[in-house]
Design a protein around this ligand. Structure first.
Ligand code: PEP
Ligand code: MN
Length: 367
């Protein structure tokens, strides 16, 4: 389904980055006002704060709910900032609209649930409000796009997305893996969709906010949503990833914003070279598969199993090491060879099953 989008229209000029900042949760009137005034003084115009907090486990702070909405309203009245909060149900939508919330976002856990997204979309029918859809917690681009289609289907046109990283079993550096290829593919498929990066949830640590923000800008993302709190160490939620408005101001001042598509001759020459190399990679891959199929025939004739774990480990380790010597990340090479191996196995299965099928058909004919 083709999306019909309108600009978010959240700031006068279309300058990059669009910045939303504020605490993970609205904790008290004093906390939101102090934080908001400091942010406003450093030039931030959009205030974020969670009112309803979906937490992984019960028992942690789940937000003040409706009680916090007047606090956000007061931020808006005192500072003139736009206010943004997360909504997860039609009741949240209703209450937040009444309180004058200007921007909604849909949280990662909610985006993963089509029933919840549809219910929110239905409750927004006929209302012109910007909605930012966070990526689902699992790396599923179709589910993310599906959420956008549900909202767009009910007439919401001021849509954007927030890339906040994806849950993965073995996270190492990041709290949520960036998997940049997913938002990049999203941008390729839906050209006019603004993408905002959330380095706070992605990194989970204060020191990762600057490098992730820079990376997002280098990849051409449109904005940043960053958790900022007047007293981060005592925050009631996500304390280790929140920064003071002063630190935020410093980080933003160090960001290098490069301009969008450069189509100089140099780049197009280099792109030609890349195209040639990609072409070679695919041809070589096809050759490799041909040989794998021959091995498949051999395995069939000699009654061997398809997967040989020692051989698989040898390939992954050897190529990973080789890659890292040549300046390509070892894990990246391992992932690529994991996929190549998966396709080789699939092709060998096909050969073996085809032979089985042929034998069975011949036998049936003889009988
Ligand atoms: C948030 O932005 O405070 C939040 C809960 O984020 P996410 O849905 O990305 O976990
Ligand atoms: Mn948070």
């Amino acid at each position: 389904m083709e999306l019909e989008l309108k600009k978010l229209n959240l700031q006068k000029e279309e300058k990059r980055p669009l910045v939303l900042a504020g605490p993970c949760s609205a904790e008290s009137l004093e906390q939101v006002l102090t934080t908001a005034h400091k942010l406003k003084d450093s030039g931030i115009n959009i205030f974020r704060a969670g009112v309803w907090k979906p937490r992984t486990k019960p028992g942690s702070f789940e937000g003040h709910g409706d009680k916090a909405l007047p606090w956000l309203k007061q931020v808006k009245e005192e500072t003139g900032m736009l206010i943004a909060t997360e909504v997860a149900t039609p009741e949240h939508v209703d209450a937040a609209l009444k309180a004058g919330v200007d921007i909604f976002w849909i949280g990662a856990r909610t985006t993963a649930n089509p029933f919840a997204v549809q219910a929110i979309a239905n409750s927004l029918r006929g209302i012109d409000i910007p909605v930012l859809v966070k990526n689902p917690i699992n790396p599923d681009l179709e589910l993310w796009i599906g959420a956008l289609e549900r909202l767009n289907g009910e007439g919401i046109k001021r849509l954007g997305v927030i890339h906040r990283g994806f849950s993965s079993y073995d996270h190492k550096i990041y709290r949520y893996e960036p998997m940049w290829q997913i938002p990049i593919e999203l941008k390729r498929r839906i050209k006019d969709l603004p993408i905002i990066c959330d380095p706070s949830h992605m990194g989970g640590k204060r020191e990762l906010i600057a490098p992730i923000s820079q990376q997002a800008m280098d990849l051409g993302m449109d904005g940043l949503i960053i958790e900022s709190h007047c007293n981060p160490d005592n925050a009631w939620s996500d304390s280790s990833q929140q920064i003071t408005p002063e630190t935020l101001d410093y980080i933003l001042s160090t960001l290098v914003i490069r301009n969008e598509p450069q189509s100089t001759e140099n780049i197009s020459l280099l792109r030609h070279q890349i195209d040639d190399i990609d072409n070679q990679i695919i041809e070589e891959l096809a050759k490799r598969m041909r040989i794998c199929r021959e091995i498949g025939v051999y395995k069939k004739e000699h009654d061997m199993t398809i997967v040989h774990n020692d051989r698989y480990s040898e390939i992954i380790d050897k190529r990973g090491e080789q890659g890292s010597k040549l300046g390509v990340d070892q894990d990246c090479i391992k992932n690529i060879f994991g996929l190549i191996h998966q396709e080789s196995v699939r092709q060998q299965y096909e050969i073996i099953n085809k032979n089985e099928k042929d034998n069975k058909e011949n036998k049936d004919k003889q009988e």
